[in-house]
Design a protein around this ligand. Sequence first.
Ligand code: F1P
Length: 305
Amino acid sequence: MADTILGAFMEEELLSQPDVWLRAIAQAGTERLLPQDGARVAVVGCGSSWFMSQCYAVAREGAGKGETEAFAASEAFLDHYRKNRDYDAVVAITRSGTTTEVLELLAELNGSIPTVAVIGDTGSPITDLVDEVIGLPYADEQSVVQTRFATAALAYLLTSLGTDVRAAVDQAREVLAEAVPAELLDAEQFTFLGRGWTVGLAHEAALKMREGVQDWTESYPAMEYRHGPISIAAPGRVTWLFGEEPAGLEADLARTGALYVRSARHPLAELARLHKVTLERARQRGLNPDVPRHLTRSVILDPSA
Ligand code: F1P
């Protein structure tokens, strides 16, 4: 039997991101399927899709398009949130369209509120449960570890808010052509930081490395980092910032000896770089990020369990 190329799907999928983002950006420019401006919106998902929900929620509200909250699908609409929160619409993000918690939530809503799903697999059962489908089938993936679906969904959603993310496309092409430096391949531990809409990206970056490399990772809003988590920073460890830099963070980190990674690139391009680091670290450790241990492409819960 031929040797398996570790992360062969992930490699093809992560490298295709600039082209896939261009398609998503173009599609977002022609569709008007998302809730209208001013609508109060709940955005739901699981795993990577939850973190993209967080990014979109902060970006939408920040763009003045209306109150927007993100929930893990399993924790959405708890009673204490429900108070005074009559959402006008729900947006669900899911690559597979089969994730149990998302389907159960939509079934529970049962048409009581307008719903939109942003999906990869356009043949999935979720299409019968929502009013509108935003299909990104060209961003669907075979690797269990998501890269291009999550980022394409976010590129679509940010574009829908009037944000121009095309700079990320060229920057991602450049960064994906670069070799991964040894200090990132060999680092012992990673902590990811973000601000505003990039907090969700930091959580997503940390999830990638947990899934793909079984790495110990942490993630925080950047201003929270100095409230305790900075104690983890040390030589041989990495603190990686997505987005805007808090004043004084560089000097604080310099004292720890940790490697501080940040760039002027668009945060989506920076996430693509992280994807490549994740793949290379997995390969160096003999791990296959297409099929991480204990994880399936979609979490489908057994109703009898
Ligand atoms: C969500 C998810 C992924 C995770 C794994 C299991 O899937 O939790 O984030 O990496 O693939 O499923 P989906 O609802 O977006 O299909």
